[in-house]
Design a binder for this molecule. Structure first.
Ligand code: G3I
Length: 439
């Protein structure tokens, strides 16, 4: 009996590819971030270019302000072009990232002395030049990124744009973007806005204001940088995403990764698999296919940003450092398969007791057989592993922060991962090119 269950799994796992399953489940794409320095790794590029897994890519750094316009008025698109060329070669969509962000700004912007008029002109020029260059090459642009801070009030981040133009910089950025390229999707992108709290409320208020005021905006991206076992519930994510789709916008998970303390244990990897499935289900469960896609923030631990920012943490991706699929990959496959909207024909039989790769290190023992609960399909099949539902987790999310930060809702505990000084979160200070939010 066991072999009859496992055999179909082995067959399906061989063919079980993330984008293929995502599209079958009703999404537009499943994708990954990438970065220029990784593109000399031929084994990596081969996996990234497999469009049955990744039909969309995001440049992790190559289109940011400090890469594109390091000196005022001098535009260099080399890094971004390398990514968009790869995408074109592979027929992959590109989520272009990002135009107006407090981080990774060149010092002439972050340290400049500006008036509303002078910075507005600089911002408009940056948006226009960059979007004009990439016209026709992007599925979407993250026009404004992370406009709210991480204090308990979740005020507008006091960045250089806010200081010069107030919150109006956001409206101006979107209007400029639409003029530059009327065809690309224009997104607001942020983290910690997908569970109940001040940041989610303030972001929604801002987006409503933009929509009601006729500002051209098409979508909201939630990044999804989570911690194993401590992510928001799937139902909370879905509910918050639906607040945006109710406004006529599309939504997407744009930077998903789920980190853990190193060294990882089999239990951590199993929980990570569950957590990835929760995130995927949360997107699939958004009404009327409003959640259009899922992008992971690189697919391999080999190139993840996490260890350099969160000391002692890592293993956040679907593939390990040797480019071998982890149980998390199977968790995503399981969720996408269960979420398939094309009917109840395919039973979901997934076993992480059988890793999707041959790596012994990625095998996670699962002791109790459980019943799978598909998201939208009526098929329910006894299997050798839990297929998590979107709402099956109650642990609260504990965002990373430095001790200098004010409390972050919804809960703060002593289990706060430390960030390195290089990646220290900045809730109140001036933006520095290499600093990061460390959500
Ligand atoms: O380009 C320099 C290189 O010249 C230098 O030799 C090297 C030495 O450290 O640093 C290089 O810059 C690094 C850059 O990535 C490019 O690799 C920065 O130090 C490093 O801080 C930067 O990290 C990026 C981070 O954004 C910065 O905030 C990560 O790769 C990138 O994945 C991350 O992405 C952000 C999203 O854009 C927005 N949401 C959060 C997400 C994670 O922080």
């Amino acid at each position: 009996m066991r072999s009859t269950l496992i055999l179909p799994f082995l067959l399906s796992a061989a063919n079980a590819q993330l984008n293929t399953l995502a599209v079958a489940a009703g999404l537009k794409y499943f994708g990954s971030a990438t970065d220029n320095s990784e593109l000399t790794d031929t084994a990596y590029v081969a996996l990234l270019s497999d469009t049955t897994d990744f039909a969309q890519i995001t440049p992790g750094n190559g289109q940011k302000w400090d890469s594109v316009e390091k000196s005022q008025g001098v535009f260099t698109f080399t890094k971004g072009d390398e990514i968009t060329a790869l995408a074109a070669k592979n027929s992959q969509l590109v989520r272009c990232h990002t135009l107006v962000w407090y981080s990774q700004l060149p010092s002439w912007v972050s340290g400049g002395t500006w008036t509303n008029e002078t910075l507005q002109a600089v911002m408009k020029n940056h948006i226009t030049e960059t979007m004009t260059h990439y016209k026709g090459k992007c599925y979407a642009w993250d026009v404004v990124n992370e406009a709210f801070d991480d204090t308990s009030a979740a005020a507008f981040r006091n960045n250089v744009f806010y200081q010069a133009m107030g919150e109006d910089y956001i409206r101006i950025a979107f209007e400029t973007a639409r003029l530059a390229d009327p065809d690309v999707k224009l997104y607001y992108n942020d983290y910690n806005i997908e569970y109940t709290g001040a940041k989610a409320a303030n972001a929604l208020t801002m987006i409503k204001k933009l929509v009601n005021g006729g500002t051209p905006i098409d979508g909201v991206g939630v990044q999804g940088h989570y911690i194993v076992g401590k992510m928001p519930t799937g139902s909370d994510i879905t509910k918050n995403l639906e607040a945006y789709t109710a406004l006529g916008l599309e939504v997407a998970i744009t930077e998903l990764d789920i980190r853990m303390t190193l060294p990882s244990t089999a239990a951590d990897l199993a929980q990570q698999s569950t957590d990835y499935a929760t995130a995927v289900n949360a997107c699939l469960n958004v009404a009327n296919s409003g959640c259009v896609g899922i992008t992971i923030w690189d697919f391999t631990d080999k190139y993840s940003w996490i260890p350099s920012v969160f000391s002692g943490q890592g293993a956040a991706c679907l593939f390990d450092e040797n480019l071998v699929k982890k149980p998390a990959y199977d968790g995503v496959v399981a969720a996408l398969t269960a979420g398939k909207k094309s009917g109840s024909a395919s039973p979901v039989v997934v076993a992480t007791t059988v890793a999707s790769s041959q790596s012994a290190s990625s095998v996670v023992p699962v002791s109790s057989p459980v019943v799978a609960t598909p998201v939208t399909s009526s098929a329910v099949v006894s299997s050798t592993i839990a297929i998590p539902t979107a709402s099956g987790f109650t642990t609260s999310y504990i965002p990373a922060q430095t001790s200098s930060q004010a409390a972050v809702e919804p809960s703060v505990s002593s289990e706060i991962p430390s960030a390195t000084s290089a990646g220290a979160p900045i809730a109140t200070s001036e933006p520095v090119a290499d600093e990061d939010d460390c959500e």
